[in-house]
Design a protein around this ligand. Structure first.
Ligand code: L34
Length: 284
């Protein structure tokens, strides 16, 4: 059994990002990322803090626009408009979730597709499905990087994705299909989850339910990617997979923490550099 070490790979990617940023700076462009953070969800604050720190480490300029839970949709939209117009900012992300009174779709659709480093805009999502050059969402993109790093062939493989969110499951499906895997996508209405996970060569799960995937649900030699991130009452972080028992059957498995989480952040840096490079090309 091999542990797919997202922490280690993310450091490697950060080194490459750092070099790319230096190259861009020589050309007079400092990649810039703006983050919009609404409310005081502790997890969101943690993730945004980690994103800012990673920018700093790699030389990317970053700014966080923090707003109280009570902010109106109108104010958020005008902030987005302002950032869309700012030539020093190449990437913009709205940390999710947003408060209930705000229409998330409307907000995400306001982000300029050229600055959409999260890849959540329907324009980029559509391009992703078509297999065109785009910004792919950071978490599923990070999973693809892990497969590449560990030489995991996807062509012809049976993959079961558990969770059909717009942020993770659906873009994961698109990336996998474009890599010629055969993909099952399961969700809350799936009749017999085990029937799907059991036959899969690769199981990718991101729903936010500790111990959802147990050892009896996977086959011998399975490759398991755990995108879930759950805080137990005692403060311990766990994924959606019963790691201790499933890992005994797996050929490859990601840990939580230290698996997909750090890769999400590394991919955000990569997408920000990509946005800055695109900007540089267009300015020519
Ligand atoms: N817009 N909203 C937007 N983009 C995103 O890509 C996210 N996400 C998810 C929540 N909302 C978002 C993130 O950034 C989840 N997420 C995220 C990012 C990083 C990590 C986990 C989730 C991460 O690095 N986790 C560490 C542990 C962190 C800790 O100690 O709490 C890990 O090793 O898994």
């Amino acid at each position: 059994m091999t542990i797919m070490d997202g922490k280690k790979l993310s450091s490697k990617i950060k080194e490459k990002v750092k070099k790319d940023v230096e190259e861009l700076k020589k050309k007079g462009i400092t990649p810039g990322l703006a983050v919009i953070l609404v409310g005081d969800d502790p997890a969101s604050h943690t993730y945004v803090g980690m994103k800012s720190k990673a920018c700093k480490e790699t030389g990317i300029y970053s700014v966080v626009h923090e707003f109280p839970e009570s902010i109106s949709e109108k104010e958020l939209l005008s902030t987005i408009d302002m950032i869309n117009e700012n030539p020093n900012i190449h990437g913009l992300l709205i940390q999710l979730p947003l408060p209930k009174h705000i229409d998330t779709t409307k907000i995400l659709e306001r982000v300029s597709p050229q600055k959409d480093v999260d890849g959540f805009h329907p324009y980029n999502m559509g391009r992703l499905v078509e297999g065109l050059d785009t910004f792919a969402p950071c978490t599923p993109l990070g999973v693809m990087e892990l497969f590449k790093e560990y030489d995991i062939e996807l062509k012809g493989k049976d993959v079961c994705v558990v969770g059909a969110s717009n942020i993770v499951g659906k873009p994961m499906w698109a990336l996998l299909v474009n890599a010629w895997a055969t993909v099952d996508i399961c969700h809350i209405e799936t009749k017999d989850l085990k029937a799907h996970t059991k036959r899969a060569d690769i199981v990718i799960v991101g729903v936010g339910k500790p111990n959802l995937i147990t050892e009896d649900m996977v086959k011998e030699g399975v490759i398991v990617v755990d995108i879930g991130i759950n805080k137990l009452p005692d403060g311990k972080l766990v994924g959606d997979v019963d790691f201790e028992n499933v890992s005994k059957k797996a050929s490859y498995i990601t840990p939580v923490p230290g698996g997909v989480g750090p890769m999400t952040i590394a991919m955000l840096l990569k997408n920000t550099v990509k946005a800055a490079k695109n900007f540089a090309k267009e300015a020519k």
